[in-house]
Structure formats: C-alpha cells, structure tokens
Design a protein around this ligand. Structure first.
Ligand code: ADP
Length: 333
C-alpha cells in the first residue's frame, strides 16, 4: 500500500516539476530565438534582393550566416531537451526520496494504530474468555447452588469491571489526543493534588500507606480534570507498587519557570531496561505483573497529557527500593 502511494506521489512530484521546467524552457527558447528569427528573415530578404540583382544593404563582415543561425537554433533546442531530460531524471530520484520522507510519519502512525488495535484486542480477549469459560462451566452443571451462583456473578462482575476499566482507558487515549490549549484555564497545583489524593486515599488506607504531602502554591495553565487524572495515575501506581505500611510522598517545588511535582514511593522499583518502555502503551514490567492487575496504559496517558501541557515527566528508580516520578509544568505563578 505504501509502495503504491509512494510511486503515485513520485509521479505527481515529477509531473509538477516537468510542467514548470517545460514552461520555462519554452518561454526561454521563444524569447531567445525571436531575435535570431528576425535576423534570419532580414538575411533571407537581402539574399533574394542580391540574387535578383537589386541593390542590397551591405552585410556587416564576419556576421553569422543564415545556416549558422539556424544551426544555433537547432543546438539550443537540443540543449534544452537534454537539460529537461536531466531534470526529469534528477527530479524522479529526488521525488522518490522525498515522497518516502513525506509518507514515513503516516506509515509510523498507521503501524502504531495497528499495534494498538492488536494490543487492545488482546487485552479484551482475556476477560471475555474468562467470562465465557466460567459461564459455560456453570451451564454444564445440572444444578448450581445459591452460593455457586453468587460466586459466579461476583467473578463475572470483576471481569466486567476489568473490561470497563480498559474501555475507559481506551477512551481517555483518544480524548487526550484532542486536548488543545484553547480550553485551558489557570489551575492551582495544590488544588489538583488535593483532588487526586482524595481519589486514591481509600486505596492507600486499605494498604495502610501513609501519604505525605509538602506542597507550594503555584498556578499552571491546563485542563483541570486531565491534570487531576495525571496525579491519580501516578499516585495510584505509587500505592499499587508499594508494600503495605510504607510511605508515599508528594513534594512540590518551584523554580524560575517551572513547577516540579515529585511523587516518591518505596515500592518494587523499576528495572533499568523498563524505564523508557513503561511510558509506552500496554507495556508492563514483569515485576509488576505478579503484584497487581493493570493494562499498562496509565503512564502513556499521563505522559501524553503532560506533553499536551508543554510539560515533561521523568523517572528515577532502583529495583526493590522505590521510584521517583518527577512532573514539570511551565508555571504562570
Ligand atoms: P499499569 O500500572 O496499569 O500496569 P501504567 O502505564 O500505569 O500501567 O504503568 C506501566 C508499568 O510501569 C507498570 O506495569 C509497572 O511495571 C511500572 N510502574 C509504574 N509506576 C510504578 C511505580 N511507582 N513503581 C514500580 N513500577 C511502576
């Protein structure tokens, strides 16, 4: 498909270049030969007068003959043809390279989309298969007790919850792509952090994890709900990947241009080889798979959102010791 598109685009590029170069060649040829034609006409007129014995104007000595002028015209035509041929060859090569470059980002995007669809389908398959197997298994039973039915419903609900979580995440991915700063408002970092902490507090309490915050008032420009979501993702991860009765801290500090929000935990940590990959869609480090369920979408949503706000995110981590995620946003105040 891309090969064909590349050839088509090359033909278009070459066609356009050829039209332009032919137009200029014809214009150049016509303007250059107009004067030659005038001289040839005059020389032919004089020749006829001479041949018929009529008095003629004296030709300047050493001037070009009619044959020389006509051969000069012929040479010019040939030169222009060769030049256009060279332009055609050169432009075909250049257009082929250029069309490849033009199409490469589109190819990368389509490849990413395909990869995304296949990963999403893969993630959808697991809960759907579990739902089906469990229900089919119970259908085969002659009788099921009230308790068994309840257990089945409970397990089905867990799988449905998983599916809902996945579909919400998939939806968020497309929504984040559409974020534009035309809808951004001034938001207080402390306020969004407070909202995010309120959301993860039940999970922290469940694991007896202490949330320590040290904030500094600062204002950034952004989409409030999306920024809250970024901190929910980071705090949720910090809690998820930490042992019970540990500590997660949130520290805010400002420099001249930015506000830096650091979220630190004492959890399982991230191996060196995973540090870049964890921001990719559907990537989960092996160590985390055994700890908790997830889709590997949170950090990719967080990073995209942060980038849409002209910010950045980086991670420092030591395996089995803990991780530090630092988010930087340009600050207004
Ligand atoms: P999920 O948590 O659903 O797997 P994320 O995209 O939020 O997806 O995170 C991707 C991966 O990054 C996780 O699976 C985990 O391996 C790693 N990770 C993220 N945050 C932490 C953390 N605080 N400590 C250890 N590993 C983490």
């Amino acid at each position: 498909m891309f090969g064909q598109a590349r050839i088509k685009l090359t033909i278009w590029y070459v066609g356009i270049i050829l039209i332009i170069s032919t137009f200029f060649s014809v214009a150049f040829y016509n303007s250059s030969t107009r004067e030659i034609d005038r001289i040839v006409d005059r020389l032919q007129f004089e020749k006829i007068r001479e041949e018929s014995g009529m008095p003629s104007f004296r030709r300047p000595p050493g001037g070009p003959s009619i044959e020389e002028l006509l051969s000069y015209k012929e040479r010019m035509r040939l030169t222009l043809l060769i030049v256009n041929g060279i332009i055609l060859l050169f432009s075909a090569g250049a257009a082929y390279i250029l069309s490849g470059r033009t199409l490469r980002p589109i190819k990368v995007m389509v490849d990413e989309q395909n990869q995304f669809i296949s990963s999403a389908s893969h993630e959808l398959r697991t809960p759907l298969a579990t739902l089906r197997t469990e229900m089919e298994g119970h259908l085969l039973e002659k009788e099921i007790t009230d308790q068994q039915a309840r257990n089945l419903i409970k397990s089905n609900l867990e799988e449905i919850e998983r599916l809902q979580g996945l579909s919400n995440n998939l939806l968020r991915i497309t929504q984040v792509q559409e974020l534009t700063n035309s809808t951004f408002e001034d938001i207080s970092v402390s306020e969004v952090l407070e909202a995010a902490i309120a959301k993860v507090l039940p999970l922290a309490r469940k694991k007896n994890i202490l949330l320590v915050t040290k904030t500094k008032e600062s204002i950034i420009s952004g989409d409030k709900l999306s920024i809250v979501e970024v901190f929910v993702i980071l705090l949720d991860n910090a809690i998820k990947y930490s042992p019970k009765k540990s500590e997660v801290s949130v520290v805010v500090h400002k420099n001249q241009k930015q506000v830096v929000i650091a979220i630190k935990d004492n959890g399982i940590g991230i191996a060196e080889k995973d540090k870049v990959k964890i921001f990719e869609r559907f990537y989960r480090a092996d160590s985390s798979r055994t700890v908790t369920d997830g889709y590997g979408l949170g950090l990719s949503i967080a990073r995209k959102t942060i980038e849409k706000h002209n910010g950045s995110i980086q991670v420092t981590s030591t395996l089995n010791k803990g991780s530090l995620f630092e988010v930087k946003f340009p600050r207004i105040a």
